[in-house]
Design a protein around this ligand. Structure first.
Ligand SMILES: Cc1cc2nc3c(=O)[nH]c(=O)nc-3n(C[C@H](O)[C@H](O)[C@H](O)COP(=O)(O)OP(=O)(O)OC[C@H]3O[C@@H](n4cnc5c(N)ncnc54)[C@H](O)[C@@H]3O)c2cc1C
Length: 325
């Protein structure tokens, strides 16, 4: 019996599951997260009874043909974010996480379930999760490359191949200030030796204007050095730098939090859209690029390959049946 399990419900896993479902293949997704979308993520917070959000993962989709074609699949939850230089980017509304959520509509997804290990068991795979065991005939893993080893073991052929992809941490600060705080810019890149990107989150369409909300990302090398340093210390350092960059007095601060993406950004991709061993595939942005559209491409290419494998095995089965008959 065919039973396909996809580990990871980020953009790559969703792309793969959608393509398989369209082809009529039975597919289940499992994710350890509380929500759908992986690094295309949104943090929600309550400040004095107001709900505010921060896109603390992917900031936007590029204005490229491949990114726009993903946005077109969820056109009811995307809009244009106008930047001060007259350009615009595609964003999810009311949050970035709205897009993966819409794209995953109707898929069979189990959240809050971490996959611990995966072992072959005859022709099947045995998947051990923190909620129990399950089996599958075909498995697609779309977790960040460095996290494959904990599921498959260091010596696994897929882990070995994926090890040439490099992913780096990204420490990300979220901060909200009182609404009438003066703001001299919407986004800023390569701000100083620590901060690589600052964006005024509430200027994106559909966001609450109750507070002035900012997302600030640290450079990958600074994030690598500091990923294991005490989070309150890092938060204070990044906050000081953000306030001085904005020219805002810290007393105007209403909320601040820090997200440490340990495997946040792809530094060096693998150079091909997935890795495969038998009926086990692994993919994600780290295969062919650094962005959402690369994750989507990897998932889509895996689905095509899974379907080809299924076709081959079914024609092999009918050949054997004819010979026996
Ligand atoms: C701070 C930041 C900013 C970014 N900005 C942009 C941007 O502006 N534009 C852009 O295009 N891209 C951006 N990116 C990159 C973009 O977010 C990624 O390329 C894309 O979301 C990756 O999708 P994915 O499906 O490959 O991986 P992920 O989104 O990482 O999905 C993997 C999933 O696997 C799950 N998982 C992991 N381990 C297990 C396990 N053991 N068991 C079960 N589930 C597991 C995770 O919970 C996750 O949901 C940014 C990334 C970060 C971190």
């Amino acid at each position: 019996m065919i039973d396909i399990v996809i580990i990871g419900a980020g953009m790559s896993g969703i792309a793969c599951a959608r393509a398989l479902r369209i082809a009529g293949a039975p597919v289940r997704l499992i994710d350890k997260g509380r929500g759908i979308g992986g690094r295309m993520a949104t943090r929600r917070a309550a400040v004095s009874g107001n709900s505010i959000t921060f896109d603390h993962g992917a900031q936007y989709l590029d204005q490229t043909e491949d990114a726009a074609s993903i946005a077109a699949l969820g056109q009811e939850v995307v809009d244009r974010w106008s930047l001060a230089d007259g350009t615009s980017r595609i964003v999810g509304v009311p949050t970035m996480a709205a897009l993966p959520k819409a794209l995953a509509n109707g898929l069979n997804i189990t959240l809050n379930t971490r996959v611990r290990t995966l072992r072959t068991c005859g022709d099947l795979y045995e998947i051990e999760t923190d909620a129990g065991r399950m089996t599958a005939s075909h498995v697609v893993i779309t977790v960040p490359a460095p996290q494959l080893a904990s599921i498959l073991g260091e010596t696994n052929a897929i882990v070995q191949q994926a090890s040439s992809a490099v992913m780096l941490p990204c420490l990300t600060l979220m901060a909200a200030f009182i609404p009438d705080t003066p703001a001299s810019f919407v986004t800023k890149r390569d701000v100083n030796p620590v901060l690589s990107w600052i964006a005024q989150n509430n200027t994106k369409p559909g966001r609450s204007k109750a507070y002035q909300t900012w997302v600030a990302q640290a450079h990958p090398d600074w994030s690598t050095t500091n990923i294991d340093v005490d989070r309150s210390e890092i938060k204070a350092q990044m906050l000081d730098l953000l306030c001085s960059e904005l020219g805002v007095h810290p007393t105007k601060l209403c909320y601040a939090d820090l997200q440490g993406w340990r495997y946040g950004l792809v530094e060096k991709p693998l150079g091909k859209s997935f890795v495969k061993h038998g009926t086990l595939w692994a993919g994600g942005d780290w295969c062919c690029g650094t962005k959402v559209q690369d994750a989507w491409q990897s998932g889509t290419d895996i689905a095509t390959n899974v379907l080809r494998t299924l076709e081959l095995s079914s024609s092999l089965r009918s050949e054997v049946a004819i010979q026996r008959w």
